[in-house]
Write a protein that binds this ligand. Structure first.
Ligand SMILES: O=C(O)C1=C[C@@H](OP(=O)(O)O)[C@@H](O)[C@H](O)C1
Ligand SMILES: C=C(OP(=O)(O)O)C(=O)O
Length: 448
């Protein structure tokens, strides 16, 4: 459970040149899936480099509540002793997924085709997020859901005793919805088909195949058609989790806006469904290079080198790229403030239903620091003030959203005056070593 009991106000001061190597933690999406698919296999799945952030730790606890054995060996090494597809036991307590949309949505999908009932809850942020996008397709399998008004948590899912496979066109670009349907399809006899019009992160497809499920992906006129054959016996795996590109975004962006910086961020997963931010930064003229490209554990990986980039230009971010950088728009908007000219970000309605309404949260905080922002339902734009032109000096609300908190800490590193966030405690959900890692590079953070 993510403990947002006591707010932690944090201030970021103009930084010295950032130098050194930033070893960011394991990928959050792959970490959740390693635990969940490990629980669905029979035998011991060994995981190294697991992200030990609150979101993932909540998923580990949930897998234990459903009957899997999860062992922490220390140093990012974990084992999951799985119960097999269809082997979930009914938990005897409420499942608290803390701040994690990925955790709760994937786990709801996984249990929805077993004859068990489970009740899910989370923190104030998660309990405000829409769940009908998950419970609608789960109803097609025969599962029932009762939650609060508007399809909100807390919510009870009554799993289908005799699930039928489904064919489902995902109505919003969401890897969480796609993955929930695929995980539900695991315990439905026959073929479950999921169609996505826009490609979203494909870790579930890659990992299901790795665990031995029969899964095919076809690009058709209708979209990406994913077909999964239910009731496989999943084989336990050895998984080395690559480092998280969404966490790498913070030291990379900080280096681009802090004079004199040169930072190496090694071993970053560059799956094309995740790497959109880095291509966008290059399009803006950032001095960002991919060194030593290689493949690790079925995922493309490289070392990122980011240097201070005073000549970045605002651009129109291609809307088709949105899904591949959806979590990175907050920190991109900070970089855009230090570029020359306007940056336009369109096709990003999903940002309104994350841990916070991220367009609103960033617009408020950027304005509090002297930056001009315009916004509509599914777009926003930022007027860049150039590398030395961002006044800063504002206090921003983080709205229980780790990425908002980290983005404004990055802003303070390049702004003329310190930038404060009212609550940095959510940072531990995805990036528990953010503070020591950034200060190790040269950031100056203080706690009020
Ligand atoms: O499947 C995943 O691991 C994730 C999918 C994305 O959410 P949506 O599916 O809501 O776009 C992303 O924002 C989240 O951080 C992780
Ligand atoms: C949106 C995010 O996570 P989740 O949906 O899992 O809460 C995120 O980490 O930026």
């Amino acid at each position: 459970m993510s403990g947002h009991g006591t707010p932690i106000p944090m201030t970021s001061h103009r930084a010295e040149p950032l130098k050194g190597v930033a070893e960011v933690p394991g990928d959050k999406s792959i970490s959740h899936r390693s635990l969940i698919l490990g629980a669905m296999a029979i035998g011991e799945t060994r995981i190294s480099g697991l992200l030990e952030g609150d979101d993932v730790l909540d998923t580990a606890k949930a897998m234990q509540a459903f009957g899997a054995e999860v062992v922490n060996h220390g140093g990012g090494k974990w084992s999951v002793f799985g119960v097999g597809v269809g082997g979930f036991a009914e938990p005897d307590q409420v499942i608290d997924c803390g701040n994690s949309g990925t955790g709760v949505r994937l786990i709801m999908g996984t249990m929805a085709t077993s004859p068990i009932t489970a009740t899910f809850t989370g923190d104030a942020s998660l309990n405000g997020r829409p769940m009908a996008r998950i419970t609608d397709p789960l109803a097609l399998f025969g599962a029932k859901a009762v939650g609060r008004q508007g399809g909100r948590l807390p919510m009870t899912i009554v799993g289908a005793a005799e699930p039928t496979p489904v064919r489902y066109v995902v109505p919003v670009p969401s890897a969480q919805v796609k993955s929930a349907v695929l995980l539900a399809g695991l315990n439905a006899p026959g073929k479950t088909v999921v169609i996505e019009k826009e490609a979203t992160r494909d870790h579930s497809e890659r990992m299901l195949a790795g665990f031995g499920a029969e899964i095919t992906v076809e690009d058709t006129e209708e979209g990406r058609v994913i077909t999964l054959t239910g009731r496989p016996e999943l084989k336990p795996q050895e998984i080395a989790v690559p480092r998280d590109p969404s966490s790498a975004a913070f030291p990379v962006c900080a280096a681009l806006i802090t004079p004199g910086s040169d930072v190496l961020v090694p071993g970053i997963g560059l799956n094309p469904t995740r790497a959109g931010l880095f291509y966008t930064l290059q399009d803006m003229g950032a001095d960002l290079t991919f060194e030593n490209p290689r493949e690790e554990g079925g995922e493309p990986v490289a070392d990122l080198r980011a240097k201070y980039s005073p000549d970045m230009q605002g651009i129109e971010v291609p809307p088709a790229r949105a899904a591949s950088m959806i979590d990175e728009y907050p920190v991109l908007s900070v970089v855009a403030s230090f570029a020359h000219g306007k940056t336009m970000m369109a096709g990003v309605k999903e940002l309104r239903v994350k841990e916070s309404d991220r367009i609103d949260a960033m617009a408020r905080g950027l304005r509090a620091n002297g930056v001009t922002v315009a916004e509509g339902e599914d777009w926003w734009s930022v007027e860049g003030l150039g590398p030395d032109g961002v006044p800063g000096g504002g206090t921003c609300e983080s709205f229980l959203d780790h990425r908002i908190a980290m983005s404004f800490m990055v802003m303070g590193m390049g702004a003329q005056n310190p930038v404060t966030v009212d609550d940095g405690s959510p940072i531990t959900t995805s990036f528990p070593i953010f503070e020591p890692l950034m200060t190790g590079l040269g950031a100056k953070f203080t706690r009020a």
